[in-house]
Design a protein around this ligand. Structure first.
Ligand SMILES: [Zn+2]
Length: 274
């Protein structure tokens, strides 16, 4: 099963850039279907209130539950003090399955990492070129999975992207998503040095074309199992770590079905079951 690990959805309220104004899914969903993408991780556009934006996102996900997997967006400074509650509400009531943080707003704090750890959620953190923060996050929270989109820089900062390739090798809980990455050989390097288990396909839809971004992965010419890992197996494994503690303690068995079905917990498994 092909899963797009990176797409924006819904309306922002800031109205200064495409990414804080509107991320309409209609064309994206048509393009993704035509490309053979079965499911897509979505998170809100930039917004002045992520409690509102996450609520809106959950309504979109509810309308296309067979295709969309929602991540909660939090602003680590502005939402400080309420992040635990926002994440808990996101998981229990809104059915969200991961956390999105953007470095242009604020880098991940202990509050957000603690919340991720509690619920077994991946943290998709756009470090916006500051790949050095990964050196703080990954060792401090070895049991939390961090996904670094665009290999660390949508703005094509090759230093950050090279650094992230190196971090994939050194930190077992760090992954990179391929969305918007232009320098193809960094992708080749990442697969060769860190292995296909550390790279996650993402498109940065609806603004980038999911079929075009997917073609980038096909062009790697990977063996079948390795390609399947990049195109969905890795993400399925991370999403499968979700646990919803009961109010009085942690009971993993009570966790809802992982969104993509039979996700494996084994860290070394790379083959997706399509
Ligand atoms: Zn994005």
């Amino acid at each position: 099963m092909i899963i797009d690990g990176h797409c924006h959805a819904g309306e922002g309220d800031l109205l200064t850039h495409p990414w804080n104004t509107s991320a309409p899914l209609r064309d994206y969903l048509r393009r993704a279907r035509a490309a053979g993408i079965a499911r897509t991780v979505v998170f809100p556009a930039f917004h002045s209130d992520y409690a509102v934006a996450n609520e809106q996102l959950a309504r979109l996900v509810a309308r296309s539950r067979d295709r969309l997997i929602g991540f909660a967006f939090v602003h680590c400074k502005r939402d400080a003090g309420r992040i635990g509650a926002m994440v808990e509400d996101g998981v229990r009531r809104l059915g969200l399955r991961g956390i999105k943080v953007h470095g242009h707003e604020a880098m991940p704090t202990r509050e957000v990492c603690d919340a991720a750890r509690r619920f077994g959620l991946p943290v998709l953190v756009d470090v916006a070129g500051q790949a050095s923060v990964v050196e703080m996050l990954a060792p401090a929270y070895p049991d939390v999975d961090f996904i670094v989109p665009h290999f660390g820089s949508f703005a094509d900062d090759w230093r950050a992207q090279q650094q992230v390739v190196d971090q994939l090798v050194r930190h077992r809980n760090v992954y990179a998503d391929t969305s918007g990455l232009r320098r193809f050989d960094y992708l080749v390097d990442a697969i060769r040095r860190a292995g296909p288990g550390k790279v996650i396909f993402g498109s940065d839809g609806p603004w980038l074309h999911p079929g075009l971004e997917l073609h980038k992965i096909r062009l790697l010419g990977l063996p079948r199992a390795a390609e399947a890992a990049v195109l969905g197996g890795n993400l399925q494994r991370l999403l499968g770590r979700l646990r919803v503690p009961q109010r009085r303690g942690f009971v993993e068995a009570s966790a809802p079905e992982p969104p993509a079905g039979r996700a494996s917990r084994a860290p070394g498994r790379q083959s997706a079951r399509a």
